[in-house]
Write a protein that binds this ligand. Structure first.
Ligand code: ATP
Ligand code: MG
Length: 459
């Protein structure tokens, strides 16, 4: 079913209820940008909840998700995801972002929307099918690439502070500029973000991180003071110091470059988060050592702890937290392997520790190279390439990445003629270490023999 067929059908159903219905917001904006999507928002001038019942029956939709309190409902239909909302007017209480709403006409509804580029409505009635209603010059702002609020920006952001995050999200997605008064109002109201739930902040932040060039939005977040509201630890990374002839590069801008590099090779949110946190503890662990210069000893360990605490505070899932912790903890390891004489056992240990995240760890390490010296970049990349080749060899031989102990507890109990207990764990660990050190092959029979040969150690 084409969009137009869908719109005509929906309009006919609305007409049968004596309601007017329009397509609004993101869909109209994206269509003008030449990227029509499958997420379509409608505004119903009438009773959206009554309309829900009729629409469900007419289109034979199995399930609708309804929020009568907000006068909105959602449905999936023929590959489209449709959202319907009552045309409404909102009034806000200063201490909360849950507005009191009442039904209103289309134009009032459009005026409460966040940005001019999102205020466009498309008529889908028979008489005016396709006509765009553009009260706030949204089309012009789309053409010029400008984010601005339809009404006074200070009021818009104070009413619903999440709009400040949305402004930056849209700016980074489309590479649009935030108009000056609008940006100033964000700067003035940044502290109001405190009344927004962390889940909604996280959601917008993720979208900013997922832009093609994440640094675009991250810079804006920093400039207007929003980043400080939910991620003050990142601001501390800003700044460089010079002592004697030693200066270190600005960790914040280095971090942004790393995230941009990651965005070029991967679409994983969690990998971008790992990029964001890989050097988070550098400010805290920074020391100046005479003759050597700046050091950041242990920043991967402290960083892992900080990443965990911050991500927990921002309510990321445990899977994401574990992933980021692992990458932060291990991000120096591959480089360390290169500077040493690479032994097979060191590589086996790294594979063992990184497990399924090994490939992502290597992506992070490559992205971490932000030197402006092309020879140096080439040398580092070459080093990693060499390391990877060696790792593939070790991997093929030893199957360490998804390590499963080759000997099970039953077998150990049989060898020692013992009951379940501490000994089993000790023997398993002993075998695991021996495999990693290359003393025994990662093979069932070889390991059984190895245990038998070393049996007296445990008696
Ligand atoms: P996306 O492509 O991300 O879906 P969108 O513009 O469709 O972008 P939605 O969050 O789906 O954004 O919201 C749909 C429309 O509702 C927006 O275009 C905007 O007009 C309006 N809107 C959404 N959230 C707000 C808000 N917090 N304040 C004011 N208007 C909003
Ligand atoms: Mg939408």
């Amino acid at each position: 079913m084409t969009e137009n067929e869908l719109f005509k059908r929906i309009n006919a159903i609305a007409q049968s209820c004596d309601y007017k219905i329009y397509v609004v917001g993101g869909f109209v904006r994206d269509k003008i940008l030449g990227k029509p999507g499958k997420d379509i928002d409608f505004v119903v001038v009438g009773d959206a909840m009554k309309f829900a019942t009729v629409l469900k029956k007419e289109l034979k939709i199995k399930t609708l998700v309804q929020y009568p309190r907000f006068g909105t409902f959602m449905a999936n239909y023929k590959g489209y995801s449709l959202e319907f909302v009552n045309a409404r007017e909102e009034s806000y209480d200063f201490n909360s972002r849950n507005p009191v709403t009442k039904q209103a006409d289309l134009l009032t509804d459009l005026s409460r929307r966040d940005f001019t580029i999102n205020t466009l409505a498309m008529d889908i009635s028979e008489e005016n099918f396709g006509a765009v209603i553009d009260v706030y010059n949204g089309r012009e702002d789309i053409k010029k690439g400008i984010i601005r609020t339809p009404l006074e920006p200070g009021k818009t952001f104070s009413d619903d502070p999440l709009r400040m995050m949305r402004a930056i999200r849209f700016a980074s997605r489309f590479k649009f500029e935030i108009e000056q008064d609008t940006f100033e109002a964000i700067t003035k109201n940044a502290e109001r973000l405190a009344i927004i739930s962390v889940e909604r902040i996280q959601d917008e932040f993720n979208k900013i991180l997922m832009a093609d060039v994440p640094s675009f939005g991250l810079r804006l977040l920093e400039e207007c003071g929003l980043l400080k509201q939910f991620l003050p630890e990142a601001i501390v990374m800003k700044g460089v110091e010079q002592k004697k002839e030693f200066h270190h590069k600005d960790v914040f801008y280095h971090t942004l470059e790393v995230i941009d590099n990651l965005a070029k090779t991967s679409n994983k949110l969690e990998l971008r988060l790992a990029g964001l946190f890989h050097d988070i503890a550098k400010p805290r662990t920074k020391r100046f050592v005479e003759a050597t210069g700046w050091t950041f000893h242990g920043h991967e360990v402290v960083g892992e702890r900080m990443a965990r605490a911050i991500l927990k505070r921002l309510k990321y899932s445990n899977e994401i937290i574990d992933y980021v912790k692992k990458l932060v903890r291990l991000h120096l390891r591959p480089m360390a392997l290169i500077s040493d004489e690479v032994t097979d056992s060191a590589m086996r240990r790294l594979l063992f520790l990184a497990g399924n995240e090994f490939d992502d760890l290597m992506i992070l390490c490559r992205a971490d190279i932000t030197s402006k010296n092309p020879n140096r970049v080439k040398r580092y990349l070459g080093n990693y390439e060499y390391l990877l080749k060696k790792v593939v060899e070790v991997e093929e031989r030893d199957r360490i990445r998804n390590f499963q102990p080759p000997v099970n507890g039953q077998e150990i109990m049989a060898i020692f003629n013992c009951k379940p207990g501490r000994l089993i764990g000790e023997v398993k660990k002993f075998v695991e270490e021996a495999i990693l050190d290359g003393e025994v092959e990662n093979d069932h029979d070889a390991c059984i023999k190895f245990i038998l040969d070393n049996k007296n150690r445990f008696e």
